[in-house]
Design a protein around this ligand. Structure first.
Ligand code: FA5
Length: 350
């Protein structure tokens, strides 16, 4: 190898070992490969050589040029890796077992009371059923003894879809399907129908402190031989005492619903004002919470159950109002406000 080339190669390797950052490396690149660099200068010397010398000298200079640029590229990668390692070592250690600083979140008050009610009714042998929010006119009204043009429809105006279906106005809309689902077991095996079905309801109505256009109810039905109003009152009392864990003043008064006979309104003394009257109870001291009654014979018949043989009760608990009373929420609209600050105060007391 040409002595000059060998010397340059040795000098390059020795210098490269001392390089510790990218700036030094760039200086080296310019010093060897730049326009005025040592390797470029060697190339220029070729003009003075004979044709034979030129060939071997040219090959050696090219080899040196490739070696120098390869080694500079490799060194660049080394420097980047070393830099990354430094950054990683300098970063504070992460302890994945430390709990997050953020809140865990909490259940919505309506979900809390729904779960409490489900727990009580499940312990008394009721099944929990899920049902669609979009239902047919038949399910919501006709099957419940509310034919077209019946005045009871005026109280439950709702949102209609173009296909004639509607957003359910009450959880009673699932009654017919539940009777049909369990009538065979009732008739053939003597298994009583005991079901609750919570769900979201929709009504086209003006909102105030105790009315929303979107709210939750929980329907409950029990059908068997010899079911009476005493059974209904027993289950209502048990549910309220379990949910509130204290004595609640309740009143039962006649109420009209075409799908029950007789029908009742079950009101509770307003827990916001202690019964004195406030906007939450429309200044009456009482809050309509859970209408109920004995299932109308026509409704049983529509569900495939012979009303001469079987009787049953049904109730439609206002879950949203129950959450208001249980947690002292004065205005029902706060429950749909999406305000996390309001909702985070409530916890499951199970
Ligand atoms: C009904 O919806 C009947 N389906 C209940 C029923 C079921 C009666 C089975 C007999 C047998 P009502 O429209 O009164 O009834 O509503 C029942 C409960 O839902 C009310 O007592 C109230 O607690 C709640 N509720 C009704 N409308 C609203 C509303 N706009 N905002 C909040 N809660 C409401």
């Amino acid at each position: 190898m040409n002595e000059k080339i060998a010397a340059l190669s040795q000098a390059f390797e020795a210098e490269l070992l001392k390089v510790t950052d990218n700036a030094e490396l760039e200086n080296m690149r310019v010093a060897y490969l730049g326009k005025k660099g040592s390797i470029t200068a060697l190339m220029k010397e070729m003009g003075k050589l004979s044709a034979e010398e030129k060939k071997s000298f040219g090959q050696e200079v090219n080899q040196l040029k490739t070696l120098v640029s390869d080694q500079i590229a490799a060194k660049k990668e080394d420097l980047a890796r070393i830099e990354l390692e430094k950054e990683i070592n300098a970063a504070p250690e992460i302890d994945v077992s430390i709990p997050p600083v953020m809140d865990r979140g909490s259940y919505h008050p309506i979900t809390l009371v729904q779960r409490q009610c489900e727990k009580v009714f499940k312990s008394m042998g009721f099944t929990v059923e899920d049902y669609s929010e979009v239902v047919t006119d038949y399910e919501c009204f006709e099957a419940l003894n509310i034919p077209k043009f019946h005045p009871a429809r005026d109280m439950q105006d709702t949102y209609y879809l173009e296909n004639g279906q509607l957003l359910k106005t009450h959880t009673s809309a699932a009654q017919n399907a539940i009777y049909k689902k369990y009538s065979k077991a009732l008739i053939e095996d003597g298994v009583p129908i005991k079901a609750i079905f919570p769900g979201r309801c929709f009504r086209n109505e003006a909102t105030d402190a105790c009315h929303e256009n979107t709210f939750f109810q929980m329907e409950g039905v029990m059908v068997d031989k010899n079911i009476s109003i005493s059974n209904l009152i027993y289950f209502m009392k048990t549910m309220l005492s379990e949910v509130f864990q204290k004595d609640i003043k309740v009143r039962l008064r006649p109420g009209f619903f075409p799908f029950v006979e007789p029908g009742f309104e079950l009101d509770i003394s307003c827990l916001i004002c202690g019964g004195d009257g406030c906007p939450s109870c429309k200044h009456s001291g009482w809050l309509e919470l859970c209408p109920c009654g004995m299932i109308h014979p026509e409704v049983l018949r529509a569900g495939g159950i012979d009303p001469d043989e079987y009787t049953g009760f049904a109730f439609g608990l206002g879950l949203t109002r129950l959450a208001m009373m249980k947690y002292g929420i004065k205005d029902i609209r706060d429950l749909n406000s999406g305000s996390l600050a309001s909702m985070h105060q409530f916890t499951d007391d199970e």
